[in-house]
Design a protein around this ligand. Structure first.
Ligand code: GDP
Length: 425
């Protein structure tokens, strides 16, 4: 059975925790898009970890972790991350890397920085992990596929060719130091040696696993509203964040994905620039940021303070629809126990008309939130194990959200720990 865990919002919904939790009953966990540009926070018996490239299942002995072909593979970063967890007492995880994955090159990271510098104030708020230049090169067909590392003749020829192209940009557009052909080639050879033990035809591996009835988890990064097609373009990421892309980025048939868990945050948060209709500011936002997540809402990769807002039912219903969600995990609900009242954005007013449909960016810029205000529950819900024991107003909040987003809320997360979860129904 293949199941996907994906974000319905702007990312940072707590997918890491849900994946880590469901990893227990999974055989294989696959990352299918993105790279080391976003982080998942996981708390378990080994401690607290911020993973960027490794799937969140690496803490279990019985799981195989796969870096799928859709991922932006930063090889030194991956090895550092593996070493980092092993050093902290986690048993060496079983990791397979797709021979069709493409490689994040050092110049992708540089180009990302240079472009943000060049754009100045108009920048995209990139995490500067090289993601946009990486995917640009992949689709411009000048990326390096893992399999190419093992053909030295092709590799040298291609390294030379790419170097020439990149140096034109470096010299004339960015006025930065040029790349050296020999150095680039040597870097690729060192990458080959580092990654060789992990390389595999993961498409065949997954095909066999599906045939054998294994439990496979596809782990998404970021959320639906950061998808390049359906998100808040251009303030989006450069690979698809949707469960549908899981089939492509892992190399499996789309009809094998039977269950799509959209992770939905009980309030809104976003990193970087872009439209955010239910955003709040000032002391109200500071307090939610301070109390949010586990120890405050600050980016796992950049440490940047996240932008905060009330729950946005318009954006989330759309996010769930684009994900094709079959169920929802509602997270970080415990954080909201301090509030007297909880505004929920149930509509967008655009040019005097209220809509419940999430619009394209040009219209989104004009959208004003229409709120419905629900009473708070004014108590601590951490430690509660069953749905019926949750305070009545808390259940009402969940059920209100469920009605708005039109997907059943089957999991309610009331704390950052692996066990802090309420299964419903
Ligand atoms: P991801 O990128 O979707 O995996 O999300 P992150 O890991 O970046 O952000 C989620 C943050 O919220 C992390 O610090 C988690 O430890 C924390 N978290 C997850 N679920 C809960 C929850 O139910 N309650 C609280 N208080 N924190 C949570």
């Amino acid at each position: 059975m293949v199941r996907a865990i994906v974000g319905a919002n702007w990312g940072d919904e707590g997918k890491g925790k849900i994946t880590d939790m469901l990893g227990e009953v999974s055989d294989i966990i696959v990352r299918f898009q993105g790279g080391s540009n976003a982080g998942h926070t996981i708390i378990n018996k080994y401690g607290k970890f911020a993973l960027h490239l490794l799937p969140s299942g690496v803490f279990y002995n019985h799981t195989t972790s796969i870096i799928g072909n859709g991922v932006a593979l930063n090889i030194p970063y991956l090895l550092k991350e593996i070493q980092g967890i092993v050093e902290r007492g986690v048993p060496a995880p079983k990791i397979l890397v797709s021979d069709r994955a493409q490689i994040m090159m050092p110049y992708h990271v540089l180009f990302d920085q240079y472009e943000e510098e060049r754009l100045g104030k108009a920048s995209f708020g990139s995490t500067k992990s090289g993601i946009a230049p990486f995917y640009s090169d992949k689709y411009a067909k000048i990326g390096f596929q893992v399999s190419e590392l093992f053909d030295t003749e092709l590799l040298r020829e291609k390294a030379d060719r790419v170097c020439d192209m990149k140096n034109i940009m470096l010299e004339h557009m960015y006025h930065k130091p040029l790349l050296d052909k020999e150095e680039l080639y040597q870097t690729l050879l060192s990458y080959r040696d580092m990654i060789a033990p992990y390389v595999c035809d993961t498409g065949v591996f997954l095909h066999e696993a599906i045939k054998a009835g294994r439990n496979i988890l596809l782990e998404g990064q970021l959320g639906a509203l950061k998808d390049p097609d359906f998100g808040i373009y251009p303030m989006v990421t450069s690979s698809s964040t949707l469960a549908a892309y899981g089939a492509i980025g892992a190399g499996i048939p789309p009809y094998e994905i039977k269950d799509i868990i959209a992770v939905v945050k009980a309030y809104s948060s976003a990193v970087g620039a872009g439209e955010f209709v239910s955003e709040i500011f000032g002391e109200e936002a500071d307090e939610l940021r301070r109390r949010g997540g586990d120890g405050g809402e600050y980016g796992a990769t950049t440490g940047r303070p996240r932008r905060m807002g009330w729950f946005d039912a318009v954006a989330t219903r759309y996010g769930c629809r684009m994900q094709g969600a079959t169920e929802v995990a509602l997270t970080v609900l415990d954080v909201l126990g301090y509030l007297d009242e909880l505004p929920v954005c149930v509509g967008y007013e655009i040019d005097g008309t209220v809509t419940k449909e999430f619009p394209v960016t040009a219209k989104l810029k004009k959208a004003k939130p229409v709120y419905e205000v629900l009473p708070g529950w004014k108590s601590e819900i951490r430690g509660i194990k069953s749905y019926a024991e949750l305070p009545e107003n808390c259940r009402k909040y969940i059920e209100f959200i469920e009605k708005e987003i039109e997907v059943p809320v089957t999991l309610v997360s009331n704390g950052p720990g692996r066990e802090e979860i309420i299964r419903r129904g």
